[in-house]
Design a protein. Sequence first.
Length: 257
Amino acid sequence: MVSTDSGQVKITARGLSLFYGSFHALKSVDLDVQSRTITAIIGPSGCGKSTLLRTFNRMNDMVPGFRLDGEVRLDGQDIYGPQMSVSVLRKRVGMVFQKPNPFPFSIRDNVLFGPRAHGVTDRAYLEHILEQSLRGSGLWDDGGFDLDTPAQDLPLGAQQQLCIARLLAVEPEVILLDEPCSALDPYSTLHIEDLMRQLSEAYTIVIVTHNMQQAARASDRAVFMLLGSMVEEGPTGRLFTEPHDERTAEYIMGRFG
């Protein structure tokens, strides 16, 4: 388990309730996400894990019937307030999805898509971004791939690393991971977990996972969700061995979910 913990709060949710039409998806969630730690959100299917994750970069805004009460703050700034640009927010808070989704371009063009979109044109600087992002994702040293290789020709694990490199290229502060290993083999899963531990030295990471072993291995803190509510949150070691709520214990022991 990762031990790094800055003690500083990066994301704060207070009284967070979210609706899709009449469906009450999140119910009065209060949560602090600490900077430069790995926070795992766990719970059974349909409990609100991914919905909570997506509130942190406003991905839910695009769902019909979306409505939000309460607040979510990034470094103290209300991300749902009128002063927050969604494009700026998603540069600061990036997401890697369950299934690798590389663009139908080369490895190089995938990584540099974001910097180019943000107006970076200097060739030497783009090459620097390319190398640093691929190193940060582990793909530079592990892959041995020609950078002009079509991204979709890569193995699935390498595709997920490339999606992480594409995210790192725009210099986010927070990385959201929504079941990033569910489509991967065990070796690639452990590789991504090792990468998460390395990245947590510089980035705040929040991961949704159904894999209790993964949450126990890879996270500093854990959040247990049930029926749209946050049941409890705390250091992963404590939550897995001495949960405060019986429902948490029953879920971790596999009695439901």
